[in-house]
Design a protein around this ligand. Structure first.
Ligand code: NAG
Ligand code: NAG
Length: 417
């Protein structure tokens, strides 16, 4: 064999190797995609239970009416033998709330949900917003879909509230701490704040918190949110959240994991709220009440005056098995500063508290459930904002509105560059 032939042989060997490696790459990428497809399908079949009936909402959502005993909660190993509580044994506004439901005409001026225009779920079923393939593909990872991102927990500062501050998250909140709280209530003005980019969000909610604000934080949350990444649009949606380990492994939004047990067939978690408030126009609000059943220990949630939605079983939690040690009311936005400037994502109406009714968003009739299981106005409301030039809050108190505040803002402006 002469040198030239050997060179040629080597060259062919090398080319062959290159081609084999390229093929391997393509094959492994295809395998990866197939694996992802499989994961998506697996996750979808876990989240979407076989419905008795499906309703197409005008906003593009599909609402599945799923038999109450087949809801995602019952995938939880500890709930295998759980007997569904069809009503709480206690209600802080009196247990005749069921009778009020019948005698009170439903208030037409209160916002409801868009999908209700196109149908109702039968008794014994609950409406569940169907998760679509594209919803999963928008998530940072399929496993994290429906969960908040991991947060860092600075030690509580002595003067400021023990607020979870994550870089990029901004709040304008009122809070109480230092007591034992067995529930909270507020009526929340509903708006559609603008979001600068899809992986930011804007929400207005109640937080019930317990634990040390490290990795063991327990939280129950409910309110409205605009979150393009989670929902694929800019609609204002009713939501809940829970965690028992500071947003790490446990908990999720709405019914996107096992936890919350829904009993109501009229309201879907994660569905769009309608109508919304207009700047210097009609104003709409929703009331949310969360309270602990003193007998069973479960945490119940009511939407409006008529809808007892369901409950978080006590065993999901560690500290909240007893009571909450802090309650917060207000807004939160994500500020990614993607163009090096403060985000233009709005909080509330996108206007500052000074503009007051029909200009700024509000929380009114803020109350807590105390140790005697009664609703009462909170004493010593504190307020907290990271950058009041971007988003602010102003407390007030009067006869009709009880404890209230206006909150929110536009984000980026000349005082918030
Ligand atoms: C559920 O009930 C079965 C039969 O009674 C029992 O074997 C099982 O341990 C129970 N599971 C739980 C989580 O309580
Ligand atoms: C949501 O709003 C932003 C602007 O605020 C817009 O750019 C985007 O297209 C909207 N997304 C959808 C799905 O409508």
């Amino acid at each position: 064999m002469d040198a030239k032939m050997m060179q040629k042989g080597l060259y062919y060997c090398f080319m062959l190797l290159l081609i084999m490696m390229m093929n391997l790459c393509v094959a492994s990428r295809r395998l990866n995609m197939e694996f992802q497809n499989l994961e998506v399908k697996k996750q979808l079949s876990k989240l979407n239970k076989t419905p008795l009936k499906s309703i197409k909402s005008p906003d593009g959502d599909i609402i599945d009416c799923v038999h109450m005993s087949r809801q995602p909660a019952f995938d939880h190993p500890l709930l295998k033998n759980h007997t569904i509580q069809v009503r709480p044994t206690y209600h802080p506004e009196g247990l005749n709330f069921g009778a009020a439901e019948v005698s009170n005409l439903k208030d037409d001026t209160k916002p409801v949900q868009l999908w209700q225009l196109n149908g109702r779920c039968p008794e014994g079923t609950i409406p569940i917003k169907r998760t679509k393939e594209e919803d999963l593909l928008r998530a940072s990872s399929i496993e994290r879909f429906g969960k908040k991102n991991h947060r860092s927990f600075p030690q509580p500062r002595s003067a400021a509230p023990d607020l979870i501050t994550q870089t990029g998250h901004q709040h304008a909140i009122a809070y109480v701490e230092g007591g034992n709280y067995y529930g909270a209530k507020a009526t929340i003005n509903v708006w559609e704040p603008q979001i600068q980019q899809p992986n930011e969000f804007s929400l207005s909610q109640i937080w019930l918190l317990a634990g040390s604000f490290n990795s063991d934080l327990n939280s129950i949350e409910a309110g409205w949110q605009v979150s393009p990444d989670l929902y694929g649009d800019n609609n204002t949606r009713l939501f809940t959240y829970w965690t028992s380990d500071a947003y790490q492994a446990t908990g999720c939004y709405n019914l996107l994991c096992s936890g919350f047990i829904q009993i109501n067939n009229e309201i879907a978690l994660g569905a769009s709220i309608s109508p919304l408030s207009a700047y210097h126009g009609s104003q709409y609000d929703i009331s949310i009440l969360v309270w602990k059943d003193p007998k069973e220990g479960n945490w119940w949630m009511q939407f409006g005056n008529n809808y007892v939605l369901g409950y978080w079983p006590a065993f999901l939690f560690s500290y909240l098995v007893d009571s909450a040690s802090m309650v917060e009311w207000g807004g939160e936005v994500v500020n990614l500063e993607s163009d090096g400037l403060h985000t233009t994502t709005q909080m509330g109406s996108g206007h500052f508290p000074e503009e007051r009714f029909a200009g700024a968003s509000y929380f009114k009739n803020i109350q807590v459930v105390d140790g005697t299981n009664n609703l009462r106005p909170p004493s010593d409301l504190g307020i907290y904002t990271e950058q009041s030039n971007c988003y602010d809050l102003q407390l007030g108190n009067d006869g009709d509105w009880g404890n209230y505040f206006y909150y929110g803002g536009p984000g980026r402006n000349s005082n918030c560059p």
